[in-house]
Design a protein around this ligand. Structure first.
Ligand code: NAP
Length: 614
């Protein structure tokens, strides 16, 4: 029975009781230092956690050349941009990435159980171009990585790719009308255009906990899984853990997926939980040949499905093609329509009541699967569904009824790491392996930090300086003072947000491909955003920005509310159209801009020097 059940066992929404419980739970977690992390870029002790365990590093000679487009980042954003540029007829493209191959997040994240919890048919990019239908409704990491490798091969992006290569600076040279890109291999690439596709959630996050450096056992982050130590592979069977006590720190999306596998293989597993996640049902299943045929028989099916998923989540679709836990829970809690005769107050009440019902469904589910009521209670999330990114996995909760699994309730975080374990609530837990499932710096992390290299535009101004007050863009993709540069969209960067970010990447990539083609056809040498157009675009973003401070302040701290400080949000980091943005409006606006063909808002330098003559 859950905390809020009435005498007959049915969930009962008593707003005062719910508020009191949610605030009590929030306050346990709103502790000083909860967001402290180590800056791995300059960390001599923990910087090595970023090293690539998957592909051996090999020495190569520096490359110096001149290309049409350099793409920084070979994840989904960089790959779809590269593919669309190829379709637009662009010849020489250099893809550059710190990883040993393509895939971005799907290169680095190979932890056991890794999968994408957005349905595969909508998530994996360009499936129709690849003539591929994923094997299961939710794809495992290896299949996604293979698809991205296929995509890179199909559009010939690998042969000229520079991998295990970190861009150190990207500097605009006005005289050459080129970006000059330097790397940690001593490369010097001159490029007519640069696409910054550095990714979102790309900066691995290690917390800063006293004593971390003392731990004598093994430790790594989920984004650099060490299979040499654990044995097994991404499908589990971690046979080398049979005699090991393992601890996992965190219970977010990555932890939820790897915990069942760790539990199956380890002698004992401690799960150090700060905030329980709401883990909804999954219902993964193989793709039937009939379903694959149905999709293939309907050209354009993938984009239609992506749009439908987005529209259902926004409460704006008649039909639900995806029909899963995302499309069940999300619109109920975020996208209820307000009937014309309903007061705002009543509407807010109804929203909250529905959110409560969704959370009660999650809490009741825990009771169903976790036999020990005390353990079940620890795992129950007490906050609104809108406060945190939800998770989905059928195997998660049953794991906590295993005799070799202990969930350690640590709402204020781990106090200290010792030579042999960790201290929570004054008690020490000893273990051999510590897995940091502590995630990544938030998706709204400003672009200059995510890029992690100097980008110097006109007049020697860096993008970090230009964006000191927040993003300033046209379309969320181009920015004044940084000519011939495209920045792939990201949340907090004046484009739009959707749960399936592959869709936004795909739209932006098509826009970039078309734009470069048009610019080339017109013989444009340099484009830059006009001050006027950028100001107008930023003003539009600001005009639509609506803060929901009170609701977010009542939330448990998370990256959604800036770790309990929603007022830290910068209105310039808003989306096109307000809130999460008007995706369809943004797409129509980009299409109209291209169709008009006048490069409205750009300053063009199109005299004589074309690429053949340089
Ligand atoms: P995450 O959701 O940010 O979770 C990090 C976990 O570590 C949280 O449970 C957090 O606790 C805990 N933590 C952080 N610092 C801590 C500290 N100092 N002491 C104790 N616990 C600490 O990270 P993630 O699971 O890697 O996921 C990141 C994002 O990647 C997801 O939200 C999602 O967007 C994406 N992702 C997607 C999928 C997918 O299937 N599509 C799969 C994996 C990841 P608190 O909750 O208290 O902060």
């Amino acid at each position: 029975m859950t905390t809020f059940s009435s005498e007959d066992g049915a969930p009962h929404f008593d707003p005062d009781a719910v508020h009191a419980k949610y605030l009590e739970e929030r306050d346990k977690r709103l502790v000083e230092g909860r967001a402290a992390i180590r800056d791995l870029s300059g960390d001599t002790l923990f910087g090595k956690y970023r090293e690539d365990p998957f592909t051996p590093y090999v020495h190569r000679e520096p490359v110096t050349d001149d290309v049409d487009v350099a793409i920084v980042g070979a994840g989904i954003g960089g790959l779809v941009a590269g593919a669309e540029l190829r379709k637009a007829g662009i010849g020489k493209i250099r893809l550059i990435d710190e990883a040993g191959g393509v895939g971005g997040t799907w290169y680095w994240n190979r932890y056991p159980g890794i999968m994408c919890d957005v349905e595969s048919y909508s998530y994996i990019p360009m499936l129709e171009e690849l003539d591929y239908v994923p094997k299961t409704r939710y794809a495992y990491g290896a299949e996604i990585r293979e698809c991205l490798e296929m995509l890179a091969e199909k559009f010939d992006l690998v042969a000229d790719g520079l991998f295990h290569t970190r861009v150190t600076s990207t500097v605009w040279n006005e005289e050459l009308a080129r970006w000059v890109i330097e790397t940690d291999h001593g490369d010097m690439i001159r490029a007519r255009y640069v696409v910054e596709a550095v990714g979102i959630l790309n900066l691995m996050k290690l917390p800063d906990i006293p004593g971390m450096e003392l731990f004598k056992g093994k430790s790594f982050h989920t984004a650099r899984w060490d299979y040499e130590y654990t044995g097994g592979d991404a499908s589990g069977h971690l046979d080398k853990l049979a005699d090991k006590v393992v601890a996992v720190m965190g219970t977010g999306a990555s932890a939820v997926q790897c915990i069942p596998h760790l539990a199956e293989s380890a002698k004992h597993l401690y799960v150090f939980q700060r905030t329980p996640a709401p883990v909804g049902y999954r219902g993964n299943r193989p793709t039937t040949p009939e379903f694959a045929e149905e999709l293939r028989g309907h050209p354009g099916w993938q984009r239609e499905r992506m749009y439908n998923f987005h529209d259902v989540l926004r409460g704006a679709a008649e039909k639900d093609l995806v029909d899963d836990a995302w499309t069940n829970y999300w619109p109920r809690t975020r996208a209820r329509r307000r009937p014309p005769d309903m007061s705002m107050e009543q509407y807010m009440y109804e929203m909250e009541r529905e959110d409560f019902a969704v959370m009660e469904e999650h809490r009741a589910w825990i009771d169903e699967f976790v036999t020990d009521p005390e353990v079940a209670e620890i795992l129950k999330p007490y906050y609104r569904y809108v406060c945190k990114r939800p998770c989905f996995l059928d195997e998660y909760y049953p794991t906590f009824s295993r005799p070799n699994v202990t969930v350690v309730n640590c709402p204020a975080g781990i106090e200290r790491i010792t030579e042999t374990g960790a201290i929570c609530n004054g008690q020490e837990y000893e273990f051999d392996l510590l897995v940091y499932a502590t995630g990544f710096e938030a998706e709204v992390t400003p672009f200059p930090r995510r890029a992690a290299h100097d980008i110097i535009g006109r007049g020697g101004l860096s993008v970090a300086e230009a964006w000191a007050e927040g993003p300033a863009t046209l379309h969320g993709i181009m920015t004044r003072g940084f000519p011939n540069m495209f920045i792939m969209p990201s949340p907090g960067q004046q484009s739009v947000i959707t749960v399936n970010f592959t869709l936004v990447n795909s739209e932006a990539a098509e826009h970039i491909g078309h734009t470069v083609k048009l610019l080339d056809e017109r013989g444009v040498r340099i484009f830059d955003v006009s001050q006027e157009a950028q100001d107008a675009y930023v003003d539009f973003i600001l005009s639509r920005y609506v803060a929901a401070f009170e609701m977010m302040e009542a939330c448990t701290p998370s990256r959604v509310n800036f770790e309990g400080n929603p007022r830290a949000a910068n209105p310039r980091s808003g989306s096109w159209g307000g809130g999460m943005g008007d995706l369809h409006g943004w797409i129509r606006m980009l299409a109209a801009w291209r169709e008009q063909g006048e490069f409205e808002g750009l300053e063009l330098d199109q005299p004589a020097v074309t690429r053949e003559r340089v």
